[in-house]
Design a protein around this ligand. Structure first.
Ligand SMILES: [Zn+2]
Length: 112
């Protein structure tokens, strides 16, 4: 298969994440939590927004990692092959998630 259309998508997505990540500034609430360690429970309930931001950043980091791996597989010529069953991943799935490592069948078996 020719992975070049997916490579473009991967590089574009990587650029988006890096641009967005570079614009994230430290959240003042985090400093407040550090200075008031006595009542973390109270703080936690008021910091949902911070938690969401951290979660998003973790997701971005995971996607970035997956993108790097996908680019590596392109160089090796194994891109687009399911890591679990060895079958080719459907183009529609690669179009939607070009950094995916497993086909839809295996993904559904994992239950996630
Ligand atoms: Zn599979």
């Amino acid at each position: 298969m020719d992975p070049s259309p997916y490579k473009d998508a991967l590089l574009r997505k990587r650029g988006e994440i890096l641009t967005a990540g570079g614009g994230v500034k430290p959240v003042p609430a985090t400093i407040e939590v550090n200075s008031r360690q006595g009542d973390l429970a109270d703080q936690a309930s008021g910091n949902n927004e911070v938690h969401i931001q951290l979660k998003l950043k973790q997701t971005d980091a995971k996607i970035l990692q997956a993108i790097e791996e996908a680019l590596y597989r392109m160089e090796k010529g194994t891109y687009g092959v399911c890591k679990d069953c060895g079958e080719e991943i459907a183009p529609a799935r690669l179009n939607a998630i070009p950094w995916t490592r497993s086909c839809i069948t295996c993904k559904e078996k994992q239950g996630s």
